[in-house]
Design a protein. Structure first.
Ligand code: AMP
Length: 204
């Protein structure tokens, strides 16, 4: 199964991707995670990507496309999370593989700023949470690790990421609708309810 998970930053792609990957045994491929790993390890790609990621801009298509092609070379069941993000990237995917389904996590944009600026990620186990769920605690509820804020989850960078989404990524909704692959899911609900809908669609 080859799935694309579409949605604005903060729509819950990462949370749903972890659940989908476990339930349907597909490799979770998050370009954001791959880029952050490269940045952390100061690879050549990481050095080039950092200036874009820090500003909330998209990393150039050719870099991201090459990274994904290399990553999926020997994988035939996967879930793309945060990729493709431009029409160019979507066309490149169509050149090297056939996507089965595209799940669009649909959410009211007014919710996103608050979701993203309040998001915290565990530095040890990578679990994601939100300050409104922590009741003042500063440790991860899963493993007790230290909670961190992603460098690009500050207000100015989030604003830029949301603008980039509207201009460069939202057109993919139409692109995949035309291919009859798009399924819209209301993502403004509890993660468990969103997942139930995704599960029933992928079981079909
Ligand atoms: P994410 O973790 O998906 O929110 O991605 C974090 C950042 O990584 C984005 O704001 C972009 O700077 C970069 N990025 C992730 N995926 C892509 C992509 N498919 N194309 C270009 N840049 C990307």
């Amino acid at each position: 199964m080859k799935i694309v998970l579409l949605g604005a930053p903060g729509a819950g792609k990462g949370t749903q991707a972890v659940k989908i990957s476990a339930r349907f045994n597909v490799a979770h491929i998050s370009t954001g995670d791959l880029l952050r790993k490269n940045i952390k390890e100061s690879t050549e790609l990481g050095k080039k990507a950092k200036e874009y990621v820090d500003k909330g801009l998209l990393v150039p298509d050719e870099l991201v496309i090459a990274l994904v092609r290399e990553t999926v070379k020997e994988i035939d069941s996967f879930l793309f999370d945060g990729f493709p993000r431009t029409i160019e990237q979507a066309k490149a995917v169509d050149d090297f593989t056939e996507i089965d389904k595209v799940i669009n996590l649909d959410i009211n944009e007014s919710l996103l700023m608050e979701r993203l600026t309040g998001r915290r990620v565990c530095g040890d186990c990578a679990a994601v949470t939100h300050i409104t769920l922590l009741n003042g605690a500063d440790k991860c509820g899963v493993c007790g690790g230290r909670l961190l804020q992603r460098a690009d989850d500050n207000q100015a960078t989030v604003k830029s990421r949301l603008d980039v989404y509207v201009k460069q990524t939202a057109p993919l909704i139409e692109y995949y609708k035309k291919q009859n692959k798009l399924v819209n899911i209301d993502a403004g609900r509890e993660a468990a309810d969103v997942f139930k809908d995704i599960e029933s669609i992928l079981k079909q």
